[in-house]
Design a protein around this ligand. Sequence first.
Ligand SMILES: Cc1cc2nc3c(=O)[nH]c(=O)nc-3n(C[C@H](O)[C@H](O)[C@H](O)COP(=O)(O)OP(=O)(O)OC[C@H]3O[C@@H](n4cnc5c(N)ncnc54)[C@H](O)[C@@H]3O)c2cc1C
Length: 350
Amino acid sequence: MDIKEYKGVFVFAQQVDNKLSNIAFELVGKGKSLANDLGETVTAVLVGYQVKDLADQLAEYGADKVIVVDDPELKEYRTEPYTHALSEVINKYKPEIFLIGATAIGRDLGPRVCARIHTGLTADCTKLDIGDFPLQAVPGQEQLHNQLLMTRPAFGGNTIATIACPQFRPQMATVRPGVMQKNPKQPGRKCEVEEFNPGFVPNDLYVEILDVVKKVENTVDIQDAKILVSGGRGVGSPENFKILDDLAEAIGGTVSCSRAVVDAGWKPKDLQVGQTGKTVRPKVYFAIGISGAIQHLAGMEESDLIIAINKDDSAPIFDVADYGLVGDLNKIVPLLTEKIKEAKAKANQN
Ligand SMILES: Cc1cc2nc3c(=O)[nH]c(=O)nc-3n(C[C@H](O)[C@H](O)[C@H](O)COP(=O)(O)OP(=O)(O)OC[C@H]3O[C@@H](n4cnc5c(N)ncnc54)[C@H](O)[C@@H]3O)c2cc1C
């Protein structure tokens, strides 16, 4: 492998049912900033069936080029044909960096593709930079420049590791949804769209999909919520989450929680914020009866405004909070809800 032949940043633009997932736009955003650092461009790889129309959306969020692999074999996600599609794209276009979302699909696809093309993959990254590797010069060892530095929690979240892939290309990473920022939309922006189809020979190694059963969700995805009212072990019981429900209803928010709450069986895993839960970035994040363990902070510290309510004034959550209320949540939360309702009623009268 001549690694000098590999150029540009490519991202997998995940779509499901011909709708682009948020992670596709987040990766285009991050890919673009990495590409800028390298003096290169960002290319989105769109794989599916009858998906070409989605290319414009990727352009509007900053893609410099879209490669479309369109084939009936790619209608629903299946490991084998998608692996074939991405591996052939990489073999033909030779990208220097290839990013995939750490979604259920991406976590299946990324390792398959990297094994097939014989490179490395850093899974579940929370930070990506271009820089020198080794990070500090080591006597007797060449320090390489313009490497992809892939950062992720390691050893059960007890440390943060920065990993590079200096000998192989592309440098591949799966990236946690919700961590990277998408670029502002530029309506009407266009980019080059190229179709590439490596050909699919259906064979009995492909999984055959007999039926797709969709889970019916009544709840809002906490990653889409603008206001999160998040409760921790300090809430005390599943029944007492009623006071958080009331606050959320009064301010148009959504309830989420810490892992302690999920482990206790008070709330489903879907609502968990943090390193092993979801990464959220709402406009307002209420942390109520949450101590602020590092694994929790990893999922919410990028929120625009953090309001913490805790009876312990030394709780680490106050280190990241913009506003802190020290006291018993059982008194503060209902009072806050009442005040918000009063203010809303007043505003409606005027
Ligand atoms: C590998 C690994 C991954 C993890 N992933 C996650 C993750 O994704 N998300 C996550 O949240 N955690 C995660 N954890 C767990 C994390 O370390 C903490 O144990 C957890 O976040 C604690 O939850 P908590 O803050 O709700 O509970 P606690 O730490 O028990 O805090 C409860 C807080 O409530 C306050 N309180 C109690 N009563 C009241 C009251 N009446 N009024 C006001 N305040 C009150 C207390 O002062 C305390 O600060 C992970 C741990 C590991 C090892």
